[in-house]
Design a protein around this ligand. Sequence first.
Ligand SMILES: C[S@@+](CC[C@H](N)C(=O)[O-])C[C@H]1O[C@@H](n2cnc3c(N)ncnc32)[C@H](O)[C@@H]1O
Length: 195
Amino acid sequence: MKTLNRFSLLCLSLFLAVTGLATFDSVAPSLASRAAHAQDLESKKIVPFVPTPQEVVDKMIELAGVKTGDVVYDLGSGDGRIVITAAKKGARAVGFDVDGDLVKESRENIRKAGVQELAEIRQQDILTVDLSGASVVTMYLLPDVNLKLRPNVLSQMKPGSRVVSHAFDMGDWKPDKTERVDGRTIYLWTVPAKK
Ligand SMILES: C[S@@+](CC[C@H](N)C(=O)[O-])C[C@H]1O[C@@H](n2cnc3c(N)ncnc32)[C@H](O)[C@@H]1O
């Protein structure tokens, strides 16, 4: 599939060159480097896509107290359901995912839900995201990935910001609250004051 995408881009460059719309030499390198960049990003995928059931999403958003004025980051945004649910509460919501197909699908879902004024998806590795702009971070990842993100959460997010995780905790950082929905555990933390 990814090879096909790359092949399609090269075919498009050839077409543009043959039809005189652009020279192959001018178009091919930038298209090829964009394809290589997308492939490089996809190689950073460290968690498979498994969607959070909507009931659980609703509880995550409720537990974090998401409201107008919040900026919600969903780390590993999948099909965009958390981002869309947060935007429907009036928050500005940004999803981050490395999977090009999911980025496309989630952008389409945002458009269908009519929340494109408030919601967006960025194709970016979650380990490189600057979390300082978020008042709420949501995640459904893996235990070791949560632990990798913990230093960024604690150093970059403002005191009082909230973090909600579906299924996995943050090691010895004790949650303020846990809830069970549909057999799933949801964890809530509040970022403490800096020492
Ligand atoms: C378990 S799914 C959760 C999807 C969504 N947040 C939800 O709860 O329905 C994890 C997501 O993380 C994405 N992902 C995995 N590694 C990533 C990385 N390094 N950077 C950004 N996204 C990543 C996957 O593509 C997948 O969509």
